[in-house]
Design a protein around this ligand. Structure first.
Ligand code: 9D3
Length: 265
């Protein structure tokens, strides 16, 4: 018997309805049916103390906006933790958090259980972050309206790292990013569309040459679009030398990449 890794997500939110479509569709839906991933959504208002189901209040010291009250959050987290045996790592989705990247996705995928707490309003009572949350996660330096969509991003990205979730060869998913290079350009029929031809090499049937061309395009593209990735990319000394020898002064390298520069000489 091969060991099976699975992960459980609990989500705490005041908008449980936002999660209904996304997590039941496609790859995530299949992963849940296969028992590789489970997702349970919890409505924070179920732990409110009044009949208006209030979960926010004005900030001490004044200032704009509202702050999430501590009692419902503490009580919800304490009620959700014992629902299954594995202890959950509690993550608060927040613009102040550690920025999500591949390394963090992999760290999270190694955990058995995550409790994702979605923020709303201007913020949350700091005592929740200090005493009930393990750490905060952001999906990037831009503002979205709440933690729900970021939590879905975490669930989707982390689930893809669980073996078996992608169905086929899961290792395929990482290959292009793994080597720290962007992907090569792709084409399908027709061979000429509105006067724009597919690069000739791809029609040649010379698989070794096509492989070289694709590799070169990946290197050129990465240098042009994401030069920050290059120092960490796994290139051979020969490949680095080749790339260093390519001119960088073109007005439109992107267009050039797809044709001339990728030519195998
Ligand atoms: C007034 C200052 N704003 C902080 C930048 C207030 C604020 C705006 C939006 C506070 C929270 C939010 C809602 N965003 C999230 O909860 C959130 C988020 C995000 O906005 N960007 C990236 N990642 C995340 S994770 C949660």
């Amino acid at each position: 018997m091969t060991p099976v890794t699975s992960i459980r997500f609990d989500v705490l939110t005041i908008f449980p309805g936002m999660f209904v479509g996304p997590i039941d569709q496609s790859i995530l839906g299949r992963a849940q049916a296969a028992g590789l991933v489970s997702v349970q959504i919890h409505d924070l208002r179920d732990w409110a103390h009044d009949r208006h189901r209030t979960v926010d209040d004005a900030p001490f010291g004044g200032g704009p906006g509202m702050v999430m009250k501590p009692e419902p959050l503490f009580e919800a987290i304490e009620a959700i933790q014992p629902l299954v045996e594995a202890p959950a790592t509690v993550i608060f989705m927040s613009p102040q958090g550690r920025r999500l990247d591949r390394a963090l996705v992999d760290e999270l995928a190694a955990l058995p259980r995550l409790l994702l707490v979605c923020g709303r309003y201007e913020g949350v009572d700091e005592r929740v972050l200090e005493h009930a949350v393990d750490f905060e996660v952001s999906i990037g330096d831009f503002v979205v309206s709440g933690g729900e969509i970021p939590a879905m991003v975490v669930i989707d990205a982390v689930s893809r790292r669980i073996p078996g979730v992608l169905g086929g060869d899961d290792s395929l998913d990482e290959e292009s990013f793994d080597e720290g290079l962007l992907e090569y350009p792709q084409y399908t029929r027709p061979a000429e569309f509105r006067g724009w031809p597919v690069p000739e090499i791809l029609l040649s049937g010379h698989h070794a040459e096509i492989g070289k061309w694709r590799r070169r395009l990946r290197m050129l593209r990465t240098r042009f679009r994401r030069p920050d990735l290059l120092p960490g990319a796994s290139l051979t000394a020969k490949e680095r030398a080749w790339l260093d020898a390519q001119p960088t002064d073109d007005a439109d390298q992107a267009a050039l990449d797809a044709t001339e520069r990728g030519r195998v000489d």
